[in-house]
Design a protein around this ligand. Structure first.
Ligand code: ARG
Length: 458
């Protein structure tokens, strides 16, 4: 079968080789972007007098017909035409005759594919930004309910100091806020037009790149034609931003998984996001949290895959670059899905406040408070640390906690202790007093909640 580029070839193509080289299997996802790019290109060709008005109108009408069909999923693609660009060109020619062959004047598939992907990512990043905001809103909603719910705060996964549950949730809010900002910031490198760079060197036709760019809503054009067709930084940046985002989600997943185990028993994940076991009737597994944690792997994989594809490639376009798309499509789907599921999981999360109330009383996470107490009364902190350390040891030996020691036992350890320590050691007091800026004190958490809402624009 003759190829659209078959002029200089003596042998006809072999189907099994075509199949390996083709990208239509996956770049058919770019069909709408491809046609939109072509519409802008042909409009520009007409405006610059490179095509006649009649030719321009004929091609535009043909492309519109194809776009409508594409939206209804009615276009059929074939491996024989390699990729989305040649498939559309072929269908255009079939539809309107040889004049369709004029569409490709002054452009190449190299600037065309880059244009398609810029348009695609621009749309997807906009959707992902919305999805991040929805998850952030779910976090704020839960946080508002739990300013005064206290959970153990950990370092080294050992109980450290009690914190407000809202404070813990808001830590993720701010991670996501950075993810949002990174995605948003990358938009300006996505929203640039490579169209008109030609195969690599520009074109002899008197085209108007800026006009075509404006028609497509791009903010600017690439300054260098070689760079325009071989830049994949903006995809790498998207994959990298997505990797950091997924890393955040995976950390939160891990906590939800731990918290919903009977060992922790802090929360219950809604039935919608859990599954049972085919053999163990008692099981309720936090599958969705595990799956999101797991999916982080394929997102990192796409980033490392493309970094490796790009490494050492000479200017300008290389067929290697066709490998940029499958990972990207997969990451878009994974990130959107993960954010959506996560928002649902947070929205419906049941926090076991009664269990938490008991939990935070049954540990030594108020020990720092006691050392601070002595230090406030003049004892050097290092000495206070030692005194409290010994009291903790006494408690461990007796099988009790700090609130269980008598005032005599306290006085024996240091004359500085007075009756008010029993109030000071209450988890609520411990949390409330950490009122430094950005700390877990209730007052600070309320301030932070307002800042979070402000960031969300409510
Ligand atoms: N399918 C190709 C890709 O995805 C389009 C560009 C092809 N250009 C070329 N010179 N073979 O990269």
């Amino acid at each position: 079968m003759k190829k659209l580029w078959g002029g200089r070839f003596q042998k006809t193509a072999e189907e099994w080789v075509d199949d390996f080289g083709a990208s239509i299997h996956f770049d058919k996802q770019l069909v709408e972007e491809d046609i939109e790019g072509s519409l802008a290109h042909v409009t520009m060709l007409g405006k610059c007098g490179i095509l006649t008005n009649e030719e321009t109108e004929q091609i535009k009408a043909g492309l519109q017909t194809l776009l409508e069909k594409a939206k209804k999923n009615e276009l059929k693609f074939s491996v024989q035409y390699e990729d989305i660009h040649l498939n559309i060109e072929k269908q255009l020619i079939d539809l309107i005759g040889p004049v369709g062959g004029k569409l490709h004047t002054g452009r190449s598939r190299n600037d065309q594919v880059a244009t398609d992907v810029h348009l695609y990512l621009r749309n997807q990043v906009t959707e992902i930004l919305d999805a991040i905001k929805s998850l952030q809103s779910a976090l704020v909603k839960q946080a508002e309910q739990h300013v005064e719910t206290i959970i153990p705060g950990y370092t080294h996964l050992q109980r450290a100091q009690p914190v407000s549950f809202a404070h813990h949730l808001l830590a993720y809010f701010w991670m996501l806020e950075r993810d949002y900002q990174r995605m948003q910031e990358s938009y300006k490198r996505i929203n640039i037009s490579p169209l008109g760079a030609g195969a690599l060197a520009g074109t002899t036709f008197p085209i108007d790149r800026e006009y075509a760019a404006k028609t497509l809503g791009f903010d600017s054009v690439y300054n260098n034609s070689l760079d325009a067709v071989s830049d994949r930084d903006y995809i790498l940046e998207f994959l990298s931003n997505s990797s950091i985002l997924m890393m955040h989600l995976s950390r939160f997943c891990e906590e939800l998984i731990l918290w919903s185990s009977s060992e922790f028993n802090f929360v219950e994940i809604d039935d919608t996001f859990a599954t049972g076991s085919s053999i163990m009737p008692q099981k309720k597994n936090p599958d969705m949290a595990e799956l999101i944690r797991g999916k982080t792997g394929r997102v990192y994989g796409a980033l490392f895959g493309l970094l490796t594809v790009m490494k050492g490639t000479p200017l300008a376009y290389n067929k290697d670059f066709q490998e940029d798309k499958e990972g990207m499509f997969d990451v878009v789907k994974t990130v959107k899905g993960s954010l959506q599921i996560f928002a649902g999981m947070i929205d419906t999360l049941k926090v076991k406040t009664e269990v938490l109330e008991k939990t935070v009383k049954a540990d030594f996470s108020n020990a720092t408070e006691l050392a601070d107490y002595l230090a406030t009364k003049g004892m050097p902190f290092r000495e206070a640390h030692e005194v409290v350390g010994k009291l903790v040891l006494t408690c461990i030996q007796k099988g009790i906690y700090l609130l269980g020691l008598t005032i005599d036992e306290y006085k024996q350890a240091s004359e500085l202790f007075e009756e008010d320590i029993y109030e000071v050691l209450q988890p609520k007091t411990v949390v409330a007093r950490r009122n430094s800026l950005g700390g877990t004190g209730f007052e600070q958490v309320n301030i932070a909640l307002n800042k979070a809402k402000e960031a969300l624009g409510n």
